[in-house]
Design a protein around this ligand. Sequence first.
Ligand code: 13P
Length: 251
Amino acid sequence: MKRYFIAGNWKMYKTVSEAVALASDLVKKLSDCGEKIMIAPPFTALQAVSEVLKGSSIILGAQNMGPEESGAHTGEVSVLMLKDLGVGAVILGHSERRHNYLESDALINTKVKLALKHGLEVILCVGETLEEREGGRLESVLRGQLAEGLRGVESSVLDRVTIAYEPVWAIGTGKTATPEDADAVHAFCRGVLAELYGKEAAKNMVIQYGGSVKPENAAALMAKANIDGALVGGASLKAESFVPIAKFRES
Ligand code: 13P
């Protein structure tokens, strides 16, 4: 049976005590969930949440990392520091980083390769703006983000790479891509991955959908052939909405 990858991106929310409370609740309520689960608290709560997750199967994720191992990089957090805290995966190329902090495909690619070199899993986010979609540039934007983001990444490490398709217009807006639309875009992404790595490798890659995933729409999205999981923002901030998403099979 297919095992889905359900991840929560907590963005810039939760103090340490709030993060510990939510993580503790999730550990209890998801102990019987068979899907692959990750939560990505803010940097400041990683250490405390790492302690909470010890002995559970929930993966500790980070929301970003610096492009260098160490050095004079004020304000950055290194892959080595993340590993030291028990982080197992890192979200890279999120549209909020691309658009608000002007991260380029080249910078994202440097981070992807660095994270993989140090044994972390990577969730590489891709997605088009409404303007790009309406201007007929959906495919060229996604092709570019995938090819540039994965440039130089060997097929031998692809089992540690997840792609998250997050249409920018669906993030935090309450607008979700229909399951049919999302599935078609996922199929396109898989086609690009097949061009890069071959059909068999592309078939095995996990492609998450992100953008206003809620308990009400999770099962319909997960039912689609090319959707292998979800990257959840707002609804991951409360156990009462994240747990039913992770347990979408019961709905
Ligand atoms: P929302 O679920 O709040 O739309 O956010 C999606 C997202 O950006 C996850 O990374």
